[in-house]
Ligand binder design. Structure first.
Ligand code: 5GP
Length: 176
């Protein structure tokens, strides 16, 4: 896309693999026997979700939800919209939200409220990346892959205007 390209590698493939394996082990330990529902937040979390569930060797269900707040740019619009909903009921289930990155926290808090209204047994959050310096609302993260600095990142599911999700690592978006 004109003007911006993936540049400096922020988190490499080997580092991603190792951390996802650690998260998987922790989640497997905490959720053994609970048959959790892992809810991946589309589109950004699709690659993380695919790798994470393979690192969790317990019985679990998966589902996806699609939210939109960025409308194509690099700044949050602050307005979250439900684009497509879960396909299974979660009442009485242990839900683990699988998010790509938490920035202002607005998307996650909107999602948490929406899921908690459906009477799940529990709702916890696993975020691949945490950009804590941008937080506008307080939000609790139960599992975090990486704390990342205040740069716009692409790759490993993260896009810029629909591109670069397919990179196997996470890179900073830079001026071309
Ligand atoms: P929040 O509502 O916490 O501000 O934003 C969360 C969503 O914004 C994430 O799920 C992600 O889709 C998007 N986002 C936040 N920071 C970045 C970033 O650095 N790169 C990309 N590609 N998306 C981001």
């Amino acid at each position: 896309m004109a003007g911006h390209r993936p540049g400096r590698v922020v988190i490499g493939e080997a580092e991603l693999r190792a951390r996802v394996a650690e998260l998987g082990r922790a989640i497997a330990r905490d959720y053994a026997g609970k048959e959790p529902v892992l809810v991946g937040v589309l589109q950004g979390a699709f690659m993380f979700m695919a790798d994470l569930v393979r690192a969790i060797p317990i019985d679990l269900a998966t589902d996806f939800i699609s939210l939109s707040s960025y409308e194509g740019g690099t700044k949050s619009s602050g307005q979250v919209r439900l684009v497509s909903d879960l396909s299974i009921p979660i009442a009485g289930r242990h839900v683990l939200i699988v998010e790509d990155i938490v920035d202002t926290g607005l998307t996650l808090e909107y999602l948490r409220r929406s899921l908690e209204a459906r009477s799940p047994r529990s709702v916890r959050v696993c975020a691949l990346a945490d950009k804590a310096s941008h937080r506008q609302v307080e939000t609790r993260l139960d599992y975090v892959g990486f704390a990342i600095p205040d740069v716009y990142v692409v790759g490993y599911g993260f896009d810029y205007e629909g591109l670069y999700r397919n990179l196997p690592h996470i890179a900073a978006l830079e001026d071309a």
